[in-house]
Design a protein around this ligand. Structure first.
Ligand SMILES: NC(=O)c1ccc[n+]([C@@H]2O[C@H](COP(=O)([O-])OP(=O)(O)OC[C@H]3O[C@@H](n4cnc5c(N)ncnc54)[C@H](OP(=O)(O)O)[C@@H]3O)[C@@H](O)[C@H]2O)c1
Length: 305
């Protein structure tokens, strides 16, 4: 099968190569999925799990990409809940070969059915951004109606989901980003917008939940805006930032079939809009990941033409 592999962490995306690899076999409780579309987060190439297995042993050449939508072609021993021919989407294991390939072996529990009227491109754009937003807001942030949320990186893949889900839950949403992101942030549900390069973040006043995807100084300054009992949730580390009288949670998104189903249901009925930037063929994927222009949402790779 065709697959993109990486062998050299120092080379970053420039080290990605499109090669021939053996098709994967389904292990216990796995399915093999013929990948139609794949999602890749550039920071994957800095994660240890891209380079080593769970025991810390080198697993290169490894296939990156952790989001997929496709069709089940085989079931492993003992696999239940999915069937051959079924359309699925979901989040691949961080420590196993990923989805920038024609086939992937993946635990069935990491996948949810993709209903027939949701196309594969939309399906592959949802798992990481949708689950990250859902888990940060509801599992870790315990968001309640009437609270206020500061959603950093509002025009990005995660931020645009955070704002929509927070609004639906009855929160007041302040988005942040670059000056050029203002209109996009409003389109995805922001009620206020902070241009981080030109506006004073401190003018926001108090908020109940900060959802951080940026880190560093922005995170430090955001922590001081959190009201008593509020929460800072971060997907980029919370080394220093702590709300003075609240909770800081740094988390890594997990697969969850029920949450995937909630997310795709919202996309179907128009409550949630996905934020897709560029769509490229697998043959063009390495060039796409190495392009220098600014990403405008989630990049989706169309593996099957
Ligand atoms: N731990 C986890 O489970 C998890 C899950 C999902 C994502 N993540 C991480 O979360 C981050 C965001 O992911 P994403 O997919 O949403 O990325 P994305 O689509 O690139 O969105 C990030 C947004 O934040 C903006 N931004 C970044 N730094 C900024 C700054 N200093 N000032 C103003 N705007 C800034 C970006 O603008 P520019 O493009 O102009 O910088 C972009 O619009 C990534 O680092 C990703 O690895 C972690």
């Amino acid at each position: 099968m065709k697959a993109i592999v990486v062998t050299d962490q120092a080379a970053g995306t420039a080290g990605m190569k499109l090669v021939e690899r053996p098709e994967p076999q389904a292990a216990i409780n796995d399915v093999v999925v013929q990948v139609h579309t794949s999602g890749f987060v550039p920071t994957e190439l800095t994660w240890p799990s891209t380079w080593t297995d769970r025991r810390g042993r080198d697993r290169t050449p490894s296939i990156p990409g952790h989001e997929l939508a496709g069709v089940v072609t085989a079931l492993g021993y003992g696999t239940t809940g999915l069937s051959v021919g079924q359309r699925v989407f979901g989040l691949a294991d961080w420590h196993r070969d990923g989805t920038l390939a024609e086939y992937v072996a993946i635990e069935a529990r990491n996948l949810a059915p993709l209903l027939g009227d949701v196309d594969f491109t939309v399906g592959a754009s949802l798992p990481i951004s949708g689950l990250t937003a859902w888990q940060g807001l509801f599992d870790h942030g315990r968001l309640r109606a009437g609270q206020s949320v500061l959603a950093h990186g509002a025009a990005g893949a995660v931020g645009s989901m955070v704002m929509q889900l927070a609004r639906e839950a009855g929160a007041y949403v302040i988005g942040t980003g670059r000056a050029a992101d203002r209109q996009k942030a409003f389109d995805f549900g922001a009620q206020e917008f902070v241009d981080l390069d030109n506006d004073a973040l401190e003018d926001v006043g108090g908020v109940d939940l900060v959802f951080d995807v940026i880190g560093g100084d922005i995170q430090m300054r955001s922590a001081s805006l959190i009201r008593a009992g509020g929460t800072l949730v971060s997907v980029v580390g919370t080394a220093e930032a702590r709300p003075s009288d609240g909770l800081a949670v740094d988390f890594v998104v997990e697969s969850d079939r029920a949450q995937l189903s909630e997310i795709v249901q919202r996309v179907r009925d128009g409550r949630l809009r996905t934020n897709i930037g560029k769509v490229s063929a697998l043959d063009d994927a390495v060039a796409t990941f190495n392009a220098t222009e600014r990403r405008a949402g989630k990049t989706v790779i169309r593996v099957r033409p």
